[in-house]
Design a protein around this ligand. Structure first.
Ligand code: ATP
Ligand code: MG
Length: 296
């Protein structure tokens, strides 16, 4: 019986909200995520969910208002809060890039010298330029950075990029990647006792969910004389399961394969004589390691 609830801060509405809520739900934490709800308590796990603006999350965690939070690495790099990064979460992937009007010449980063660069990430950009010996004028604005060159406010921008379509629509092209970012689970420093145990419990579930996401369960039929070749292609968690089919001379092979080399492996399995290949997604993977590149 827990006396304390773990308090977790998530982005209220924005690009990380859906991924954060989905992750907790996949961890089988049930709570009401109704629109506009600022706080809710899970029904089946001692956790309270706070919905906040993403910029405020590191500070709330540092100050102990929340114990843990989910936020982009870009925000942490800019705000420099004293929190612990517990785990990379694999969603909310983007990069912080410098972009210039697409018809402007650009040979190297030296071309940014003396230029005005608009950004919401003055500290990260400042460090990046300083590290490369470039003196530019950083113009801090809080939003709609991408329009700064077209209204004459800046010569270049430094902004978050996902697909690059916003830059493209605004006539900009990417020239430098300042940092890459993804969502991470952060925690207050020196959490101990019951709260530390709750973070560990949550982390155990998150790892199982993320490992499952990166792997697929595969079933196939194989003629017995091809089994050696086929099982060589399927490392599995330990090794593939091989069971005889009702039809003599055939076996069913079950295994786990990494999403990264999925198509490549499937093609090689077909070439090696596999038939009736079925691929299923995995809900959770506990304490396993899917052959090459396993995660847990
Ligand atoms: P808030 O109102 O909470 O302050 P926001 O407008 O500052 O929200 P969003 O645009 O929702 O923030 O982005 C939240 C986070 O999502 C970013 O800080 C970044 O880590 C991540 N992200 C992922 N892809 C992108 C992208 N293409 N553009 C911007 N941010 C992205
Ligand atoms: Mg924000």
């Amino acid at each position: 019986m827990n006396l304390q609830n773990l308090k977790i801060a998530l982005q209220r509405s924005g690009r990380l909200s859906e991924g954060s809520i989905e992750l907790l739900k996949k961890c089988d934490i049930r709570f009401d995520d109704g629109v506009g709800k600022l706080k809710s308590t899970a029904q089946n796990f001692p956790i309270e969910i706070f919905s906040l603006r993403d910029d405020d999350i590191p500070r709330y965690v540092e100050d102990g208002v929340a114990d843990v939070g989910i936020v982009g690495e870009n925000i942490l790099a800019e705000h420099g809060c004293a929190v612990e990064v517990v785990e990379k979460l694999g969603f909310g992937k983007c990069r912080l890039s410098v972009a210039i009007p697409k018809n402007h010449d650009y040979a190297s980063i030296d071309d940014l010298g003396g230029k005005r660069i608009a950004t919401s990430y003055p500290r990260v950009l400042g460090r990046y330029l300083e590290g490369r010996g470039i003196a530019a004028e950083i113009h801090t604005i809080s939003g709609s950075v991408e329009i700064a060159p077209s209204i004459g406010l800046a010569d270049a921008v430094c902004d978050l990029v996902g697909s690059g379509s916003t830059l493209f629509t605004n006539g900009l092209r990417e020239t430098e990647t300042v940092m890459t970012s993804e969502a991470v689970l952060i925690s207050r420093k020196n959490l101990d006792g019951e709260l530390r145990q709750l973070v560990d419990k949550l982390l155990f579930r998150i790892k199982a969910v993320n490992a499952a996401r990166q792997n697929r369960y595969i079933l196939l039929n194989a003629p017995n004389e091809r089994l050696n070749k086929i099982t060589e292609l399927l490392p599995g968690i330990k090794s593939p399961t091989v069971m005889p089919l009702a039809e003599t001379g055939w076996s069913s092979v079950h295994s786990v394969i990494n999403e990264r080399d999925f198509w490549d492996v499937v093609e090689r399995l077909k070439d090696a004589g596999a038939e009736g290949i079925l691929v299923l997604s995995i809900e959770q993977m506990i304490n396993g390691c899917a052959g090459r590149g396993g995660v847990l």
